[in-house]
Design a protein around this ligand. Structure first.
Ligand code: HEC
Ligand code: HEC
Length: 310
């Protein structure tokens, strides 16, 4: 008997002894659920014996093995390499893993079956449903309060807690349109899906003052921008508005369904379109918010519209 076998036997005896002691301390083999405990001990003993025997075999193999096989032709700084075929079983397992990964992705866990994310989504859907049911017919006051809370979380980083736009970082929501915003739209046009129909506001090349039957001029753009931003008051620019804008935006600027949006005040429907489509303009880009539920949209629409009424 050589040293390896002796060591292996010693290790087995030691580990079995330790197992016996540990089981003894935990209530013994004959305690409650005796059969289960006995099986567990047998299992543990088997594991110990198998592990030690296998390790001992490999240790012996390492001690006794001599090199064999064919070397590949190249050497790397004098270090050679054996030419070994990929074992057939490995190749099968390798290809099998790829097939399994494809199955797993398409039919197994991620797309089809249980997942924590899926469960979370299902649950939030249920709670969303309850929330919508409860507040579907909420009154104006409740909606505005709810909207304010939602605004603080989602919108204040850009619009500021007071919704004043933080010095031009975003739109001041107490005002429908700043002068520079109107001017920017007249020069560049606008394509923000504000009506939900994809209708665009023409840019300066598409604007004609019908009173003068001439393309709109720089001076007229300045004047009408002031007029619109100044709540459609004052005499400067009023005539331009009648000639170049009223046909779409209406004589009072309150807009026409499917034709042009209200440009005098913040209406809930206009806010709704901005939330769902986002908005690009003189101040920058407002991202679209696509994941609110219908009550959350209604609440934000009501809150923002209420700001400009104050
Ligand atoms: C052919 C119809 C048409 C005419 C004429 C027109 N508009 Fe518009 N306007 C629109 C449409 C449609 C939109 C919405 C575009 C969008 O979805 O971004 C719009 C948007 C706007 C906006 C942007 C509103 C916002 O919240 O961003 C302003 C400001 C505006 N118009 C001002 C004017 C003024 C001032 C005139 C006259 C000089 C004028 N428009 C002439 C159709 C028109
Ligand atoms: C990433 C910054 C950002 C966030 C977040 C943001 N906005 Fe905006 N918002 C803007 C910018 C910038 C504009 C101005 C776009 C322009 O130049 O016309 C704007 C414009 C608007 C307008 C149009 C005002 C007008 O008269 O043209 C409304 C309404 C609005 N935001 C509401 C909201 C609400 C409600 C939220 C929260 C759900 C929100 N915004 C979140 C940046 C933001």
């Amino acid at each position: 008997m050589n040293k390896t076998v002796l060591t292996a036997i010693a290790v087995i005896v030691m580990m079995l002894g330790a197992t016996y002691l540990a089981v003894g301390m935990a209530g013994g083999v004959g305690g409650d659920g005796g059969l289960v405990n006995k099986l567990a001990v047998l299992g543990a003993a088997a594991l110990v014996i198998i592990t030690v025997v296998v390790v001992a075999r490999y240790v012996r193999q390492m001690q006794n093995d001599t090199v064999s096989g064919r070397l590949v032709e190249e050497t790397w700084d004098g270090i050679g390499e054996y030419k070994n075929e990929l074992p057939f079983g490995w190749a099968v397992i390798f290809l099998g893993t790829i097939a399994w990964a494809i199955w797993y992705f398409l039919a197994g866990y991620p797309l089809n079956s249980y997942s924590q994310i899926g469960e979370y989504n299902e649950e939030s859907k249920v709670y969303d449903g309850k929330f919508i049911e409860k507040y579907k017919n909420a009154d104006e006051k409740t909606l505005v309060e709810m909207g304010e809370a939602s605004f603080t979380v989602n919108c204040s980083p850009c619009h500021g807690l007071q919704a004043d736009g933080m010095g031009g970082k975003a739109a001041d929501l107490h005002e429908r349109l700043a002068e520079k915003s109107v001017k920017y739209v007249l020069l560049n046009g606008s394509n923000n899906n504000m009506l939900g129909t994809g209708m665009m506001m023409p840019d300066r090349n598409g604007l004609v003052n019908m009173s003068t039957s001439a393309p709109i001029t720089d001076a007229e753009i300045d004047a009408v921008s002031k007029y619109v931003a100044g709540h459609m008051t004052g005499s400067v620019g009023a005539d331009v508005f009648v000639g170049a804008c009223a046909s779409c935006h209406g004589p009072d600027g309150k807009g026409m369904e499917m034709v042009a949006p209200n440009i005098t005040e913040m209406s809930p429907s206009m806010v709704d379109m901005v939330l769902k489509s986002g908005k690009k303009g003189a101040m920058g880009s407002m991202p679209a918010f696509k994941n609110f539920n219908e009550v959350q949209y209604k609440a934000l629409d009501a809150y923002v519209a209420s700001l400009s009424k104050k």
